[in-house]
Design a protein around this ligand. Structure first.
Ligand code: ZN
Length: 255
């Protein structure tokens, strides 16, 4: 029926570039947008799509994502992106999703159906995953990444493991495509193994009364983490913080 866009990029300018690329592939208009979660690198490009296809263009998101973008997170991400890009994204305005969707819904676009999945907090409280039924391909937003350590500030380790099990059981064999990096059929297993390499040593440390510094040592020594350390983007700058978050979550669980 037309083009459906899953996440629109980090700015007006990136959205405009995406539209130029889409037009090289097809003359069909964009008829719907989905935003996977409220982090601005996934939806600030909405502005370009509304500009090109009109304010009635349906922009779909889970209720919590929609609230966050329309509220505080929307403006926060707009200004963070301006700062991080040295104002290259200047002019980008917040266009929040205008349609609320739910887990289990199926959208019919002619010969393509898109099925929606959501299984609680993973990377954020409201991560929407989109299964392109005919292609056995599922876009998973940021609940897993290929070779980059994901932001866990709003997330949950245990929730992530639960989410992976639930979506694998529901969707079966899929090409899992992340918001950052290349997709693969094994992505949830490889990224899940890395995440367990962070969480499980922290869980053990909490049980045995070992402090946060000790836990950090255990995480860095864990082969599931150590094997990724050299090549993973953002590893050195983020592993300390995300180990602290894992430790806090393990403490909360044990309390
Ligand atoms: Zn994100």
């Amino acid at each position: 029926k037309g083009v459906v866009v899953l996440d629109t990029g980090a700015s007006l300018q990136i959205g405009q570039m995406a539209i130029r690329m889409i037009r090289k592939v097809t003359d069909k208009p964009v008829i719907a947008v989905f935003n996977s979660h409220y982090h601005g690198d996934h939806w600030l490009g909405n502005h370009a799509f509304v500009e090109a296809y009109g304010k009635d263009l349906p922009i779909h998101a889970l209720a919590h994502t929609r609230e966050q973008i329309a509220g505080h997170e929307g403006n926060l991400w707009r200004s963070l992106m301006e700062r991080w890009t040295n104002q290259a994204t200047l002019g980008t305005k917040v266009f929040a999703p205008n349609q609320t969707v739910q887990h289990g819904q199926v959208f019919d676009y002619g010969d393509v159906q898109i099925k929606l999945h959501h299984y609680g907090r993973a990377h954020t409280p409201s991560d929407l995953c989109l299964e392109i039924v005919q292609d056995k391909l599922t876009y998973i937003g940021d609940i897993a990444m290929e070779n980059r350590i994901a932001n866990m500030d709003d997330g949950s380790y245990l929730g992530t493991f639960k989410y992976y099990e639930a979506i694998k059981a529901a969707a079966g064999d899929q090409l899992w495509v992340p918001g950052h990096g290349q997709g693969s059929k094994t992505l949830l297993d490889t990224y899940g193994t890395f995440m367990k390499g962070i969480y499980e040593p922290c869980e053990k440390a909490v049980k045995e009364g070992v402090g946060l510094d000790g836990a950090k040592g255990l995480v860095l020594k864990d082969p599931r983490v150590a094997s990724r350390a050299k090549t993973m983007d953002g590893f050195d700058s983020n592993i300390g913080k995300y180990t602290s978050l894992a430790y806090l979550e393990a403490e909360k669980e044990a309390f």
